[in-house]
Design a protein around this ligand. Structure first.
Ligand SMILES: C[S@@+](CC[C@H](N)C(=O)[O-])C[C@H]1O[C@@H](n2cnc3c(N)ncnc32)[C@H](O)[C@@H]1O
Length: 287
């Protein structure tokens, strides 16, 4: 049996007590060595990520994998890719982006300057999508956008603002559904089968590493977008992260979540109002 098959078999047998112990030790070691705290992440996505990463590294036990991760920073980066659940895209929830256009942008227009935080921005597609919306609504130049993620490798891709053209062409429909005023192609140039988003879109963006589990809050944001990140956290951790987002918003500020996320585990949920029914955009009304 190959090592990869071995890893796959162990995935089938997932949930044994020994495996739980090995996974806990792995996550503890990662926390102590690298500072990433995955100990309170929802177990199933973490387990899937670990076994996918093990198969790629050709190791058949979690303990052997732990040894590799702790001694090899490159292996750790690959682990982050595997469990960092780095699926992303532009206009993943066009309804939220339309609400940003129609509800948030008019408010931003009334301020001389506004602060926006995109937390868990992965490789940046979501940030460029948001910048396109803000530019079309005439408010981008008065916004400061902080785009953060746990993973430095993803931020490095984000800073380039260049993505495979075939993928970007598929974002056109989401752009249109979000109320796009022209075509998405007006915002990038094509070279060698890549779409490079216009530099002006990121002239107001600061890319930075930030860990929603261990790092503190920022302050006074008018809009926070944190989509498809909390879904990977256990409930207690979701509550903690929600508190951090809440504390980082001004009164009257907006919070955008992913399609499958909610305020169920938010300790301050009664202080938010949903802007439009069925759309995951919330406004902090009281505290
Ligand atoms: C599924 S992607 C979502 C990306 C983007 N927000 C979107 O909706 O397309 C989740 C991102 O959250 C990041 N992430 C995971 N845990 C995090 C944490 N504790 N702090 C900050 N970012 C985190 C991952 O590195 C990954 O880039």
């Amino acid at each position: 049996m190959s090592r990869i098959e071995g890893a796959a078999l162990r995935l089938d047998a997932a949930g044994t007590e020994l495996e739980e112990i090995e996974i806990q030790l792995l996550l503890e070691g990662i926390h102590l060595s690298y500072g990433y705290d995955f100990r309170e992440y929802a177990l199933n996505p973490i387990r899937r990520g670990i076994f996918a990463a093990m198969a790629r590294e050709h190791v058949s036990t979690v303990s052997a994998y732990q040894d590799r991760v702790l001694h090899d920073a490159g292996c750790m980066q690959r682990f982050l890719g595997a469990v960092g659940v780095n699926v992303t895209g532009m206009f993943r929830d066009p309804d939220v982006m339309r609400a940003v256009r129609e509800e948030v942008a008019p408010l931003l227009r009334t301020y001389p300057s506004s602060r926006i935080w995109v937390a868990g921005c992965a490789t940046g597609e979501e940030v460029y999508g948001l910048a396109v919306v803000l530019e079309e609504e005439g408010v981008l130049d008065r916004c400061s956008i902080y785009a953060t993620d746990l993973n430095e490798d993803m931020l490095a891709v984000a800073r380039l603002g260049s993505y495979p053209l075939d993928r970007v062409l598929r974002y056109e429909e989401g752009y249109r559904m979000s109320g796009g005023r022209a075509t998405l192609a007006d915002h990038y140039t094509v070279a060698a089968r890549s779409a490079r988003f216009d530099r002006r879109l990121q002239s107001t963006v600061t890319w930075a590493r930030h860990n929603l589990v261990t790092d503190g809050s920022f302050n006074d944001f008018h809009l926070i977008v944190c989509a498809n990140v909390l879904i990977y956290f256990r409930r207690s951790l979701q509550a903690r992260a929600h508190r951090l987002l809440y504390d980082s918003l001004i009164r009257g500020g907006y919070l955008a979540l992913g399609k499958r996320e909610s305020l169920v585990d938010c300790p301050d949920s009664e202080h938010y109002e949903q802007v439009l029914e069925g759309v995951n955009l919330f406004r902090k009304m009281r505290w």
